[in-house]
Design a protein around this ligand. Sequence first.
Ligand SMILES: [Mg+2]
Length: 361
Amino acid sequence: MTQPVRRIIHIDMDAFYASVEQRDNPALRGRPVAVGRSQERGVVAAASYEARPFGVRSAMPSLLAQRRCPQLVFVPPRFEVYRAVSAQIHAIFARYTPLIQPLSLDEAYLDITQPLIRRASATAIAQEIRAAILAETGLTASAGISYNKFLAKLASDHNKPNGQFVIPPGAGQDFVAPLPVSAFHGIGPATARRMNALGIQTGADLRAFPPETLRQHFGKAAAFYHGIAHGEDTRPVEPDRPRKSLGKETTFDQDLIHDHDLNEALQILAEKVWAGCEKRGLSGRTITLKLRHADFSQLTRSLSRQTPVRDQAELLQAGLHLLRPLLPLQKSVRLLGITVSSLCDPQAASGAEQLSLLPSA
Ligand SMILES: [Mg+2]
């Protein structure tokens, strides 16, 4: 082997936003809490463990969450506090390794193959990190320890909350075999559905599937899927680069020609992009729409606002505003994308919220 077996820890804070709110407000402890706005278009950003038995989940519309759990307490998000805690846990990670790759404010991969502080095992390091997080922030975290990123992330879910789990070298393939492919990080809901339609339900099914057929269906991504089914993942831990934009685009299975289909597609994209903004505690002032026709001609339209978008509805509104002049469609569309840039603190946005309560001139 040309390189030593990697040792990767995935750290994931437990019900992060909700736990921070319960930490800072004792009246919320022991109660079902949803961080998010309760209004019509609101979405649950995080649910406390007390809310989960009711079927309340993050990314769920607030109205549905309220229906499932009438005593649910909604708390507006305080991203500046979450970012401060995120910086605290990042500082703890940095005592052990410079190779830290955050996935969001509350999750990160750490490569501790050559740790800055030697300990008997990766397990011992994960335990120390979790103990330090609890001592310094008052919050619990879970950890997954393994020989690659894919397995470490799966493992951190295994003994959640406030637990950790190791998948040792050689054990990855057996660990993933019984799990549904929809549980795999890197396989999104749409891909999972396509796999299910091909008869691939579990890791074992994915492993047994002919690699060549897999490639025909999923192109370049097939190599990654084939690897993870064998418990293999060669991606290195890549330390964070500051983000300049957050966006998503989608290539349609069939080109779209009807305006209403495009509106609908934009709605789905806006939802995903906003979820990404919330996860990272970011928003932005510039919204860009990208549209590629079936003949590969492409156009982009953008607008810049005075203040960052505040919520999913505002993002969608901006996207629709950019799309409207392009309708009715002249040519069918194969790709649609929406991006938020000029990123900044969404706190600037809550200032704008105050202003918008004033009667407009
Ligand atoms: Mg978490």
